[in-house]
Design a protein around this ligand. Structure first.
Ligand SMILES: C=CC1=C(C)c2cc3[nH]c(cc4nc(cc5[nH]c(cc1n2)c(C)c5CCC(=O)O)C(CCC(=O)O)=C4C)c(C)c3C=C
Ligand SMILES: [Fe+2]
Ligand SMILES: [Fe+2]
Length: 363
């Protein structure tokens, strides 16, 4: 309840409120000081690798029409009866092999927390209490709805929503934004909002990728014959229907190549994580690395620019399955270059994108 004797600077009363504190009715709700929220959003991850945690997570993820766009009439029986009776076991085993047992969570969760803490420290140092920084997930916990509600409750009358995907796809950025707007539908005091555009070509992001390649190459005795930039795939049909993801991935690779000052034959673009029988974006990483080995490229490095943090698709799929495919085809040296995670250059890049998107709101 509003304490009518308190002063605005005691933290309960918004200076922009037209009603003076001493005139406010006794049952007037508390209004915290206005601030700007920066809400980072990642994909989501299961709460555990047991069957039911995996089933809940995969069920929510794969029921999203932005991810799998088949008619629910056909897809739901197949998903509920066939896929969700098998995949939680195989994916659960894969998650178990990479799980952060100490923290009791997946690497994606640990890294997203670390990124949020660093971004928060930077922005707090610049803007103090005018800013609130947090993260949410599109699927699972912490939910987008709970975090939007918390930000509004804490006085965020403006929110910048930042899906952590450098390249935009319907299956990632668009569905994260959908969920953000769904959450806003439930708020009585709706904040002004901005959604952060893709940053696949942002000089600071390209620079962070280039520095991570340079750092990794500097530790090697022999330079790799080629760098494979492996992006998460989507069905090819999504590209044909207008999804910008493919073009943005190609452009990231080109800009990275130019920033490194390399010729075309030093770097290539591939797509991984195919799911289901449809054709996905090609070339498939798992096949391409085997082809490279057969064509005499015996030393390769792989980087995954579409992932802002290491996760099942990088630590297990690239560093285990794709490595195996390369070695079985005669490859000799396979180096996986970790995602940008909470590297300082990555945090610099993310903060720069945030500053651009809070222009006029902060500072
Ligand atoms: C079924 C279709 C899928 C599409 C389309 C898709 C697009 C897509 N996904 C990412 C990023 C991530 N995906 C992750 C896991 C994951 N992805 C799919 C399926 C599709 N993704 C599944 C079924 C899974 C779960 C794991 C498995 O069972 O194989 C993750 C990792 C999450 C983690 O907890 O580690 C990320 C990140 C992008 C960028 C993208 C399209 C652009
Ligand atoms: Fe995925
Ligand atoms: Fe394209």
């Amino acid at each position: 309840m509003l304490d009518a004797t308190s002063k605005p600077d005691e933290g309960f009363f918004d200076a922009t409120d037209a009603t003076r504190p001493d005139e406010a009715p006794a049952d007037h709700p508390k209004v915290p000081p206005a601030r700007v929220g920066v809400l980072l959003a990642n994909l989501g991850t299961p709460d555990g690798y047991d069957y039911w945690s995996m089933r809940r997570y995969l069920g929510e993820f794969l029921s999203d029409k932005r991810v799998v766009d088949y008619s629910a009439f056909i897809w739901q029986p197949l998903l509920q009866l066939v896929i969700l009776s098998k995949r939680p076991f195989s994916s659960g085993a894969a998650y178990k092999s990479i799980w952060n047992e100490e923290a009791g969570e997946s690497p994606l969760m640990t890294i997203t927390k670390a990124q949020t803490a660093k971004i928060k420290a930077r922005l707090k140092a610049e803007y103090g209490d005018d800013v609130m920084v947090d993260f949410c997930m599109r699927y699972g916990n912490p939910s987008t709805k709970s975090k939007v509600h918390e930000m509004v409750r804490q006085g965020c009358q403006k929110i910048v929503f930042f899906p952590l995907y450098p390249q935009t796809a319907g299956a990632t950025t668009a569905t994260a934004n959908d969920q953000f707007f769904r959450a806003l539908m439930e708020e009585k005091w709706q904040p002004s909002v901005r959604t952060v555009p893709p940053y696949f070509n942002h000089p600071t992001y390209i620079d962070a990728l280039a520095k991570s390649v340079e750092r990794s190459y500097a530790t090697m005795e022999h330079e790799p014959d080629i760098l494979v930039t492996s992006y998460h795939g989507v069905p090819k049909r999504y590209l044909l229907e207008g999804d910008p993801y493919h073009c943005q991935c190609q452009k990231t690779t080109r800009l990275l190549k130019e920033r490194l000052g390399w010729s075309d034959d030093k770097i290539t673009t591939t797509f991984q994580s195919r799911f289901g029988p449809e054709e996905w974006l090609k070339p498939y990483t798992v096949e391409e690395v085997a082809e490279l080995a057969k064509r005499g490229k015996k030393r390769i490095a792989v980087i995954a620019p579409a992932f802002s943090s290491d996760c099942i698709e990088t630590l297990e799929e690239i560093n285990e399955e794709i490595r195996e495919s390369f070695e079985e085809a005669g490859g000799e040296s396979f180096t996986y270059i970790p995602c940008l995670n909470d590297d300082e250059a990555h945090i610099d890049a993310l903060c720069e994108v945030i500053r651009e998107n809070t222009a006029g709101w902060l500072g």
